[in-house]
Design a binder for this molecule. Structure first.
Ligand SMILES: Cc1ncc(COP(=O)(O)O)c(C=O)c1O
Length: 442
């Protein structure tokens, strides 16, 4: 039961919270009850600045009227239509809009409901594509250490975050991993792309030589690794990966679940870095995080390879009950309108110098061992308390929330990714608040 007046639930036990220290939370709950633009309202009435765009998803800020109205209208008009063997106009309209703004040649869109599902979909498309072309011996998938590709079995197999993998058995077989690109000894306190580490892409040659190119289907990386603590690709690294994939007929998948929809100052990281993958996974910002949705972008050649066989036959045995759900599509179209009207897909490029200056002004504050930034993403890495990894950053998270700022932490790294509507004044306010927090935590 909810005490609607006070907006407080009377029992916290039934809900098993995701990626949460449940026991800690339930002793001292942090509840959000409303949101508008850059701020949440906590259940005690405090305003809390959103330093993380929710979970890297609310790119246009909260409760934007156009998106809210579109959802309300669509829910009253066509709430649901079967996704298999049936269509509804808005899903085609939304796919066309997305394809039109996508990097060169990515003409087709497959809808999912989350980043994790987008990843599973992309991996399955890659495997099935080779098989559809009569090249079915390409079954291997290459991910990267410290990569995050959601929580489903394919995603944790190609992902490289140990705690997300170690409890769950053998995972997918036929998977190998590139080394991560985090080189603090050489690149600490770099603004933008680091100088050192492009040669780490050559590890792909080594892996391909080990397994033979004829067995490798695809390589998947986040252009900027987000959830592991904002690892920015060294200069030239992604181009080199592209070249090696081309040389060996391997598909390159960019997981743009975080970087998609303006986070770096261009619509996609592929645009920002000038490297076009074969398949691109997105979610989060596709609907401003408001309705669950993901979209996998696919090059025409890949899509077309499936379009053979008898015409009454299903070409790709994959899909979700909610793929292209009408309400999600309405939210997505209104989100794209909002991004376009307010120039949000490129706004991070206008703010990135100010953002970098503000973030790097934290150099020299207690425990800070690295600061990195790109677009409107930043990370502040703290020295761990000996024997108690994650504790210092978690204390900073609790202290920041107390002081009206929502940040995100992973290990002992503070990650920041505010809504793209943030003003310069709000950036300064956020960083000043964080400076005080860093001075307060042990
Ligand atoms: C790069 C990347 N891929 C996949 C996912 C998983 O998305 P979801 O939580 O919507 O399943 C995330 C989530 O943060 C992500 O950052």
């Amino acid at each position: 039961m909810l005490d609607r007046l006070n907006k407080k639930p009377n029992d916290l036990s039934a809900f098993w919270m995701p990626f949460t220290a449940n026991r800690q939370f339930k002793q001292a709950p942090r509840m959000l009850v409303a949101a508008q633009d850059m701020h949440y309202t906590a259940d005690d009435g405090r305003k809390v600045m959103d330093g993380t765009a929710g979970l890297w998803c609310v790119n246009a800020g909260h409760c934007r009227p156009k998106i809210t109205e579109a959802i309300q209208k669509q829910a009253a008009e066509l709430d649901y239509a079967p996704a298999f063997q049936m269509g509804h106009p808005i899903v085609f309209e939304f796919a066309n809009r997305l394809a039109a703004m996508s990097p060169e040649g990515m003409d087709h869109v497959f809808f999912t409901n989350s980043g994790s599902e987008s990843v599973e979909t992309a991996l399955k498309i890659a495997l099935a594509y080779h098989r559809a072309r009569g090249d079915g011996s390409r079954f291997r998938l290459i991910g990267r250490e410290r990569g995050y590709h959601g929580v489903n079995f394919g995603g944790i197999s190609v992902g490289g975050i140990v705690s997300n993998r170690k409890m769950f058995g053998t995972l997918l077989t036929g998977v190998d991993h590139l080394p991560h690109t985090h080189l603090p000894a050489k690149n600490a306190f770099t603004r933008g792309e680091p100088e050192h580490g492009a040669d780490l892409a050559d590890e792909l040659e080594r892996i391909v030589t080990l397994h033979d190119a004829s067995t490798v289907a695809a390589v998947i990386v986040e252009p900027v690794a987000g959830s592991t603590g904002v690892l920015i690709p060294p200069k030239g690294y992604l181009k080199r990966l592209r070249e090696i994939c081309d040389k060996h007929g391997i598909l390159l998948i960019f997981d743009e679940v975080i970087t998609g929809f303006g986070r770096l100052g261009a619509p996609f990281a592929a645009d920002y870095f000038g490297v076009v993958p074969d398949i691109m996974t997105t979610a989060k910002g596709v609907t401003n995080g408001v309705i669950p949705m993901g979209a996998v972008f696919v090059k025409k050649e890949i899509h077309d390879a499936f379009m053979n066989g008898p015409e009454h036959m299903i070409e790709f045995f994959h899909g979700y009950t909610y793929s292209g759900n009408p309400i999600a599509c309405a939210a997505g179209l209104a989100t794209l309108d909002t991004y376009q009207e307010e120039g949000l897909l490129t706004r991070a490029s206008e703010l990135s110098d100010h953002w970098a200056d503000a973030l790097h002004s934290l150099k020299g504050e207690p425990h800070v061992i690295d600061i990195r930034n790109i677009g409107l993403v930043g990370a502040i890495e703290l020295e761990s308390i000996p024997g108690e990894p994650t504790k210092r950053a978690f204390s900073a998270f609790l202290k920041a929330f107390e002081r009206g700022l929502l940040i995100r932490t992973t290990g002992d790294i503070i990650a920041l990714s505010p809504p793209l509507i943030i003003t310069k004044g709000q950036i300064d306010e956020m960083i000043d608040n964080l400076r005080d927090v860093l001075r307060m935590v042990d």
